[in-house]
Design a protein around this ligand. Structure first.
Ligand code: PMP
Length: 306
């Protein structure tokens, strides 16, 4: 992976090579940081780069920081402006991933959240597919369980909680799968290692409610609206059992990195017709058009960079 050329660090845009922290940094030792992940999409015809729903992403980011007792000085609008300035400085003409991070920056020993300074950084890198097999992914149910709200809240996008996601992802990859689904302590389907999940069963789309230890995904929220308003299929939020997934007609995962990834096999069982289904196919097309700024009705989700 190529490194960024610039970083927003200590209140300024500086060369990435100068954005450095010491090894005693609290967040590096104890996982006391929160992060975000946004995409910007290059529209070649318009020569425009569109950031996707930055205000929603930064609102969630500020909320995540609040859970770790970090008050972010900037508003979502101001953070969006910083991200836009950074992307302009990089002068990207390609699809990009943007990574804001708020971290406990004191270089001290001692496990806690209080009485610690924090810093904010934002970097960006060119980015294409995250799940390479995104039209026919084969996923497994992880042997790991999702962190619970009373352990490390999944809705917080807390760096330390991504050790849990890392166990889940690596088990799947080492076993030859593309991704894994993870169950809650109660045994309901929660989400993937870094994506929300949707199942189509008998003409209804179901997705786990936000009380199932999921990250409250911006793509999830977008897709729920598109399924209802554009595709015309009802969407319900309800607990999902593992074996419902085996029997469903279509299954897909959503996330900033994963976008809309169609899953066609789960634990070696074919899903539906064994190929990507019509709901996922339509959704992928609409979502891609919207992200690239090609759908006037959803222009309010696109923030132009240039
Ligand atoms: N769940 C987890 C655990 C994630 O890390 C992500 C990626 N941010 C998602 C779901 C999807 O969220 P979003 O659509 O906001 O990227």
């Amino acid at each position: 992976m190529d490194l960024p050329r610039y970083a927003y660090f200590h209140g300024q845009i500086i060369p990435y090579s100068e954005a450095r922290v010491g090894v005693l940094t609290h967040a590096l030792n104890y996982g006391t940081a929160v992060f975000g992940g946004l995409r910007a999409y290059w529209n070649a015809e318009e020569e425009q780069l569109y950031l996707f729903r930055p205000l929603d992403h930064f609102k969630r980011f500020i909320g995540s920081a609040k859970l770790l007792l970090m008050e972010i000085d900037q508003t979502p609008e101001e953070l969006t402006q910083i991200a836009v300035a950074l992307l302009r400085q990089e002068a990207y003409r390609c699809n990009v991933y943007v990574r804001p991070l708020a971290y406990k920056s004191d270089e001290v020993i001692g496990v806690r959240l209080h009485n610690l300074a924090h810093e904010l950084s934002i970097v960006s890198i060119p980015f294409e597919l995250y799940v390479t097999n995104d039209t026919s992914a084969h996923v497994m149910f992880s042997s790991w369980r999702r962190v619970d709200d009373n352990m490390i809240p999944a809705r917080g996008k807390i760096s330390g909680a991504y050790a849990n996601s890392s166990f889940i992802k690596t088990e799947a990859i080492q076993a030859g799968f593309d991704e894994a689904l993870v169950l809650t302590q109660e045994g309901h389907v929660s989400e993937g290692s870094a994506m929300n999940i949707f199942m189509v069963r008998d003409g209804v789309v179901a997705t786990p409610p936000i009380t199932e230890n999921i990250l409250e995904g911006i793509t999830r929220k977008s897709v729920m609206k598109l399924l209802t308003d554009e595709i015309g299929i009802p969407v319900v939020e309800r607990p999902i059992d593992r074996t419902e997934v085996y029997l469903c007609d279509e299954f897909f995962m959503t996330g900033t990195a994963a976008q809309v990834t169609a899953v066609t096999r789960v634990d070696h069982r074919p899903i539906g017709t064994r190929v990507m289904g019509p709901v996922a196919a339509q959704l992928r097309q609409i979502f891609s058009d919207i992200c690239h700024g090609r759908h006037p009705k959803y222009h309010h989700w696109n923030t132009p960079v240039y």
